[in-house]
Ligand binder design. Structure first.
Ligand code: 5GP
Length: 177
C-alpha cells in the first residue's frame, strides 16, 4: 500500500479548523470548556484546533481502540485510557479525527453523559459519507469525504502516516504481490 490521492490539503484543513475554532470561541464564551481528545488519531486535530480557540480551555484525553492494523471497524470499543479528571458540571467538547461507523462516538457519548457534564458536544474533522450509522449530532464538523480509507493528519495505516500534514487515500502499490 502507498499514499494515493490527496483528499484534503493542509491549507484546506487549516482554514477549516480556523472557522471551527472561531465558532467554538463564540459558542463557549464565558464558559469553562474542557476539550477531550480521542487518542491516538485526534492528537493532531486537537493541537491545531485548540490554537484557533481563543478561550482558556483545558485538555484531557481518552484512548479507545476501534481499529487494529485492519482497515475495517470491528464495532468493539475498548477504553485503553480513561480521563484524568471528573467532568461533572463541565462544558465538554469531544474532539475526534474521523466519524466512520460512528460506533466510537456513540459509545463515548453514552459513557461520558453518565458522568453528568453540564454539556457534551462533538467536533470531528472528517465525516465519511455513504456509511450507515446511528444518529449522531456532530456540532462542529470539518469535511464530508467519500467512504474510502484515508490517512494523514493523525490518521494511520498500520501505525504510520499520522504525521502527514494532509489527508490522503491509500492505494495498492504497483509492486504489491
Ligand atoms: P468509527 O467508530 O466511527 O467507525 O471509527 C472511528 C475511528 O476509526 C476513528 O477515530 C479512526 O481511528 C478510525 N477510522 C475510521 N475511518 C478511518 C480511516 O479512513 N482511516 C483511518 N486511518 N482510521 C479510520
Amino acid at each position: 500500500m502507498k499514499i494515493g490521492r490527496v483528499v484534503i490539503s493542509a491549507e484546506e484543513i487549516d482554514a477549516k479548523l480556523r472557522e471551527m475554532g472561531e465558532q467554538i470561541t463564540r459558542d463557549y464564551e464565558g464558559s469553562d470548556l474542557l476539550l477531550i481528545g480521542i487518542l491516538k488519531g485526534a492528537f493532531v486535530v486537537m493541537a491545531d484546533l485548540a490554537r484557533h480557540i481563543d478561550l482558556p480551555v483545558e485538555f484531557d484525553f481518552m484512548a479507545v481502540s476501534s481499529y487494529g492494523s485492519a482497515t475495517k471497524s470491528s464495532g468493539v470499543v475498548r477504553i485503553l485510557k480513561d480521563l484524568d479528571q471528573e467532568i461533572e458540571g463541565r462544558d465538554v467538547l469531544i474532539v475526534e479525527d474521523i466519524v466512520d461507523t460512528g460506533l466510537t462516538l456513540h459509545y463515548l457519548l453514552k459513557n461520558l453523559s453518565v458522568r453528568r457534564p453540564k454539556s457534551l458536544s462533538l467536533a470531528a474533522l472528517l465525516i465519511k459519507d455513504g456509511v450507515e450509522r446511528p444518529p449522531l449530532d456532530v456540532k462542529y464538523e470539518g469535511f464530508h469525504i467519500p467512504p474510502a480509507f484515508v490517512v494523514g493528519y493523525g490518521l494511520d495505516f498500520d501505525g504510520k502516516f499520522r504525521n502527514l500534514p494532509y489527508v490522503a487515500e491509500m492505494e495498492a502499490s504497483d509492486d504489491a504481490g
